[in-house]
Design a protein around this ligand. Structure first.
Ligand code: ATP
Length: 437
C-alpha cells in the first residue's frame, strides 16, 4: 500500500484551489475553524447528497428530518449529555498545554515532559443564553449531536408518515462540541456537520440490523471510490462503549496521522426513547398492531461526520502521476464523478471569436445539466487540463477551430487522459453516459 499523502499537501491544495480556507484568516484565524470555499462547498454538498440519496431517496424504510439546533435543555438532561458528555482533561503544570487524559500515554506531558494535573471532567457542550437575561433559567445548549432531535420527534414522524417498524429517520446538520484538542485540519473541529440515521427496530431485531448497517455504511464509502485497504471496521471493547450503547463499530480510515474514526455505528438500545419517556412523562411507545401491544423500539445508529468524510474523499482521491508522454508529474484528484465539485469544464482553444461564441453556446447548454467551469484564459490547453485535474473535474470539453466546420468537440477524460471526438449534437448524452448520471 502506498503511503498516505501528508495532510499539509491537502491543506495547501485546499487553500490554493478554493476548497477550504482558515476561518477569520485576516485576523490571524480562529482556533480550528474552517470555511469552505467555492469548490469545497460543492464537494461537501455532493457528499451530503450522496448520503441522502443512498439512505433516504433509494430506501423505502427511511424518511428525513431537519430539527432545530437549539432544544429544550431538558433534552440534554434526559439524554445524559449534561452529566456524561465529558472528556477527562489534564493540564501540564509546566507548559500549560491541555490534553485529553485518554490520549496521553503515562503521567508526563507529551509536549515538554512536565508534570500533569489530575484529570477532571470537562463537559463538551457549548452553553448559551436564550433571551435578554443571562441567568441560569435562560441557559440553552448548542446540540452536540443531531440524534436527539430525531428521538424527540420519533412519534411525530411515525404518526405523520404512518410508519411501521422497522424504519429510520435521517438527519444532516451542524453539531457543536467544545473539543479539548481539536486539530488535524477539518478532522476534528468545534463546529462540524453530521449525517445521522436512527433506525428503529423491534427489540430483539437489533442484533440482526446492527451488522447490516455496519456493512451498508462501509460499502457506501467504497462505492464512492475510497480504497478498501485504507478502510477497516473496528468493534469497540466493552470498556470503550458510550453510556447508551450495547455495541459499537467504528469505520476507520488510514489518515496521515494513523487509523482513526470516520464513522460510528452504534446499537443505542431503547436508552434514548426510554429516558425521554421518563423525563417528559409522554408515552413514546409504538403500537404494534400485529401483536396488539405497545413496545419501545431499539435503535441502530450510523453516525457520520460530513467534514471528516470530505477530508477522507480528498485524501483518498489525491494522486501524483508521472505522465508517460511528457515525463512531467501531474496532480490528479481522482474523485468519484458524483462527488467532483465540477463535472465538466468547457475550454475553447483560443479566446477569439467566433470560437468563443460557439464555446459559450455549448457551455450554456451543458451547465443546465451539471456544475461546469468555463475557462478561456488562453495559453496552453495542457495547462488548463492540469488545473482541472487538480480539482478533480472528470471531463473536459475542448472547442477548437475544426469545431466550427465539423460541428464536433473533443472530450478528454481526467483519469485516462484519453480523448474522443463527438458531434456537438450528441454532447450531452455522451457526457451523461461517461459521468453515469
Ligand atoms: P471522536 O472519538 O473522534 O471524538 P466520537 O466517537 O465522539 O468521535 P460520534 O459522537 O460517534 O463521535 O460522532 C459521529 C461522527 O461525527 C464521528 O465519527 C465523526 O465523523 C463526526 N465527529 C464527531 N466529532 C467531531 C468533531 N469534533 N469534528 C468533526 N467531526 C466530528
Amino acid at each position: 500500500m502506498e503511503n498516505p499523502v501528508p495532510l499539509e499537501t491537502i491543506v495547501s491544495l485546499a487553500k490554493r484551489r478554493g476548497f477550504v480556507f482558515q476561518s477569520s484568516e485576516i485576523y490571524g484565524g480562529f482556533s480550528s475553524t474552517w470555511d469552505y470555499g467555492p469548490l469545497g462547498v460543492e464537494l461537501k454538498r455532493n457528499v451530503k447528497s450522496a448520503w441522502w440519496r443512498a439512505n433516504v431517496q433509494e430506501r423505502d424504510d427511511v424518511v428525513g428530518l431537519d430539527s432545530a439546533i437549539l432544544m429544550a435543555p431538558q433534552v440534554w438532561q434526559a439524554s445524559g449529555h449534561l452529566t456524561n458528555f465529558t472528556d477527562p482533561l489534564v493540564d501540564c503544570k509546566q507548559c500549560k498545554m491541555r490534553f485529553r487524559a485518554d490520549q496521553v500515554d503515562g503521567p508526563r506531558c507529551p509536549n515538554c515532559g512536565g508534570e500533569l494535573t489530575e484529570a477532571r471532567n470537562f463537559n463538551l457542550m457549548f452553553k448559551t443564553f436564550v433571551g435578554p437575561v443571562a441567568d441560569e433559567a435562560a441557559v440553552a445548549y448548542l446540540r452536540p449531536e443531531t440524534a436527539q432531535g430525531i428521538f424527540v420527534n420519533f412519534l411525530n414522524v411515525q404518526g405523520a408518515m404512518r410508519r411501521k417498524l422497522p424504519f429510520g429517520i435521517a438527519q444532516q446538520g451542524k453539531s457543536f462540541r467544545n473539543e479539548i484538542t481539536p486539530g488535524n485540519f477539518i478532522f476534528r473541529t468545534r463546529e462540524f456537520e453530521q449525517m445521522e440515521l436512527e433506525y428503529f427496530v423491534k427489540p430483539g431485531e437489533d442484533d440482526v440490523w446492527f451488522p447490516r448497517w455496519r456493512q451498508a455504511r462501509f460499502d457506501w464509502y467504497t462505492r464512492l471510490g475510497v480504497r478498501s485497504d485504507r478502510l477497516r471496521l473496528r468493534d469497540h471493547e466493552p470498556s470503550e462503549l458510550a453510556h447508551y450503547a450495547k455495541a459499537t463499530s467504528d469505520i476507520e480510515y488510514l489518515f496521515p496521522m494513523g487509523w482513526s474514526e470516520l464513522e460510528g455505528i452504534a446499537n443505542r438500545t431503547d436508552f434514548d426513547l426510554r429516558r425521554h419517556m421518563e423525563a417528559s412523562g409522554k408515552d413514546l411507545r409504538y403500537f404494534d398492531e400485529e401483536a396488539n401491544t405497545h413496545l419501545l423500539p431499539y435503535v441502530i445508529e450510523p453516525a457520520a461526520g460530513v467534514d471528516r468524510a470530505t477530508l477522507v474523499f480528498l485524501l483518498d482521491a489525491y494522486d501524483e502521476e508521472v505522465v508517460a508522454a511528457t515525463g512531467d508529474t501531474r496532480v490528479v484528484l481522482r474523485l468519484h464523478p458524483e462527488l467532483a465539485p465540477v463535472k465538466v469544464a468547457i475550454l475553447p482553444l483560443s479566446k477569439k471569436e467566433p470560437l468563443t461564441q460557439l464555446a459559450q453556446a455549448i457551455h450554456a447548454t451543458v451547465r443546465k445539466h451539471w456544475m461546469t467551469q468555463y475557462d478561456q484564459t488562453g495559453g496552453a490547453i495542457g495547462k488548463r487540463y492540469r488545473r482541472q485535474d487538480e480539482i478533480g473535474t472528470p471531463l473536459c470539453v475542448t472547442v477548437d477551430f475544426a469545431s466550427l466546420d465539423d460541428h464536433a468537440v473533443t472530450i478528454r477524460e481526467r483519469d485516462s487522459m484519453a480523448q474522443i471526438r463527438v458531434p456537438i449534437a450528441d454532447l450531452v448524452p455522451v457526457l451523461r453516459e461517461k459521468l453515469g448520471f
